[in-house]
Structures are given as structure tokens and as C-alpha cells.
Design a protein around this ligand. Structure first.
Ligand SMILES: Nc1ccn([C@@H]2O[C@H](COP(=O)(O)O)[C@@H](O)[C@H]2O)c(=O)n1
Ligand SMILES: C[C@@]1(CO)OP(=O)(O)OP(=O)(O)OC[C@H]1O
Length: 154
């Protein structure tokens, strides 16, 4: 079974940029109630989607004080636990980050490691790709960063 996830966050000054649980040097971070890890959020929704479970806002309500600045790897851990509780195992996840900057590919191994640990997957089962938006639209104007993801369970 497969699931699909998507998320987008606005860039803001004065916050660290956290992607896949890894702090990446950049002029801006992402705005959000949590750590705004857009990559983890998209992957979590993909994992939850495999079983038709409600999305991350159900398990980690926006604005809940308990979620303030929460590390989104915890959201991945919860999503993976829900899958296991129903007797399934994750096969792989695959994600694409969409941003003009920074270059994220140099951080791919570190992100694969962190996401894999949180999901209980080997790093090579965590696909991470990136593309610019060719300077088109809000992402092209560097206003934010988006991520899309799929997940497979058996
Ligand atoms: N934020 C990004 C965007 C892209 N990359 C890498 O650059 C390659 C070329 O991107 P195009 O959008 O110009 O096709 C892309 O395949 C990625 O390898 C990146 O690391 N970070
Ligand atoms: C995990 C949460 C918790 O506030 O994170 P946010 O930073 O608000 O990010 P968003 O992707 O807008 O919504 C998901 C929320 O449930």
C-alpha cells in the first residue's frame, strides 16, 4: 500500500533551517509552530496516508503548546509506530524538496540517516531528491520551501 504527502513552509529570518532533522546552514529558516521541518512533515503524511489515517495535524494539533518547536523526527516516529501497531512494516519512503536555495543534496546522507532512524528504515530506503522551481512562483521568489513524498508499506 502507498501513501502521499505534501507540505510547504514560508522562509523567515531568525530561525534555524531544519530538514530531515538536520540543521542546514542558510540565511533563513522555516516558519512554523513546530521546528517547521517541511521534509519530515511531507514524509509523515505519506506514511499516515498508507493506511488512510488522519494527517499530522490530528496527532500533533497546530498551535498545541506541546507541539511548540517540536522536533519533527518525533512526528515520524509516531507515524511509523501507528503503522507497526496495525501489523504493517514500512518498505521505503521517497521525497522531493522544492527550493531555490540552499543546495540540500550535500546533506542527503545525514538526512537519510536521521529519517531512517526515526522510521526504523535503512538509510538507503529513504529517497531524498531536490529541485529548484526554476524561479517560478512563490518558491521561485524564495518565499518558502515545499516537499512532496510517497511511502510504501507491506
Ligand atoms: N534546493 C536544491 C535544488 C536543487 N538541488 C540539486 O540541483 C540539481 C539541479 O536542480 P534544477 O532544479 O536546476 O534541476 C538537482 O537535481 C539537485 O541535485 C539541490 O541540491 N538543492
Ligand atoms: C506538526 C505541526 C504542529 O503545529 O507543525 P507546524 O509547524 O504547525 O507545521 P504545518 O505543516 O503547518 O502543520 C502541521 C502541524 O500539525
Amino acid at each position: 500500500m502507498i501513501g502521499l504527502g505534501y507540505d510547504i513552509h514560508r522562509f523567515t529570518e531568525g530561525r534555524p533551517l531544519v530538514l530531515g532533522g538536520v540543521e542546514i546552514p542558510h540565511t533563513h529558516g522555516l516558519d512554523g509552530h513546530s521546528d517547521a521541518d517541511v521534509l519530515c512533515h511531507a514524509i509523515a503524511d505519506a506514511v499516515l496516508g498508507t493506511l488512510g489515517l488522519p494527517d499530522i495535524g490530528h496527532w500533533f494539533p497546530p498551535g498545541d503548546p506541546a507541539c511548540k518547536d517540536i522536533c519533527s523526527l518525533k512526528i515520524l516516529e509516531k507515524a511509523a509506530a501507528l503503522i507497526r501497531e496495525q501489523g504493517f512494516e514500512l518498505v521505503n519512503v521517497d521525497a522531493t524538496l522544492i527550493a531555490e536555495a540552499p543546495k540540500v543534496l550535500p546533506h542527503r546522507p545525514a538526512m537519510q540517516e536521521k529519517i531512517g532512524q526515526a522510521l526504523g528504515l535503512a538509510p538507503e530506503r529513504v529517497g531524498i531528491k531536490a529541485t529548484t522551481n526554476e524561479m517560478l512562483g512563490a518558491i521561485g521568489r524564495r518565499e518558502g520551501m515545499a516537499a512532496m513524498a510517497v511511502a510504501q508499506i507491506r
